[in-house]
Design a protein around this ligand. Sequence first.
Ligand SMILES: NC(=O)c1ccc[n+]([C@@H]2O[C@H](COP(=O)([O-])OP(=O)(O)OC[C@H]3O[C@@H](n4cnc5c(N)ncnc54)[C@H](O)[C@@H]3O)[C@@H](O)[C@H]2O)c1
Length: 272
Amino acid sequence: MTSMNLTFTPGALLRGRRAVVTGGVAGIGAAIARSFAAHGAHVLIADVNPIGDVDFDGAAGGRLDAIVADVCSSQVEPALVEHRPDILVNNVGHFVRAPQEFTADTAEQWAGLHEVNFAHALRLTHALLPGMTERGRGAVVNLTTVEAHRAIPGHTVYSAYKAALMQFTRSLAAEVGPAGIRVNAVAPDLIETAQVPYGDLVPEQDRALWPLWSPLGGPGKPEDVAGAALFLASDLSRFVTGSTIHVDGGTHGAGGWVPRPTGGWTNRPRNP
Ligand SMILES: NC(=O)c1ccc[n+]([C@@H]2O[C@H](COP(=O)([O-])OP(=O)(O)OC[C@H]3O[C@@H](n4cnc5c(N)ncnc54)[C@H](O)[C@@H]3O)[C@@H](O)[C@H]2O)c1
């Protein structure tokens, strides 16, 4: 490994790289795709929705293209393989349904959750790894969730498949590290997107309570997650693999501890 000057100004971090970002038309995926392109990557988005006008800083020579594709279909789109990416962001994932108890679930619902939160990432990673191996370089970034690391009652199967994606990240990282490929995860929480529109979910009168929810308040922005993904896709993280970055304002680390309005801390309900 060559030495790296850690006082350097990074500049464009992905100049000349090629990236595939799933679900890159909206939310976190869109912020990741734009930041990669602004850092010089040629990004190909695969999304069920068409892309509109996208604004990004093209000074580093980056480019942003998109195809309309459902990553949950059983065939990987050939255009994604033909793009020859050395970066893959498996961003698509969803609760799919309103919260309900596990006993009310159906096997069809499990199959849908399995596909959208786990299986498509296996299929696409499997299709793109041979090219990365051939080129001796690759970075895979999987979007998990804080709930891969703690409970989410009402979404038990969603959290189980996200935890599976986190474990896939670790074990695959060990397997493909010797081939020059790194595999990491980002676990968001509290990011304002169409999937979890905190602006609508948290009424005006409760917004002052954000600091009780997370040490850094909230909500976070898709760009906050893009920063972590950019780090994991770039050579800045060249000695990092099998890891998860928690982009959550500190909820995972705090583990349920919140400040009492009267001072001090509690991890008990109703502030006893
Ligand atoms: N927002 C949060 O706070 C949060 C918290 C935890 C985890 N996450 C994870 O982050 C990732 C992105 O979340 P988000 O909030 O930006 O989601 P979002 O629902 O706002 O955006 C998802 C994007 O993926 C596209 N998409 C959906 N299904 C697709 C499919 N089958 N094929 C191709 N494209 C598809 C949508 O069109 C959209 O552009 C997900 O994996 C999610 O589980 C988000």
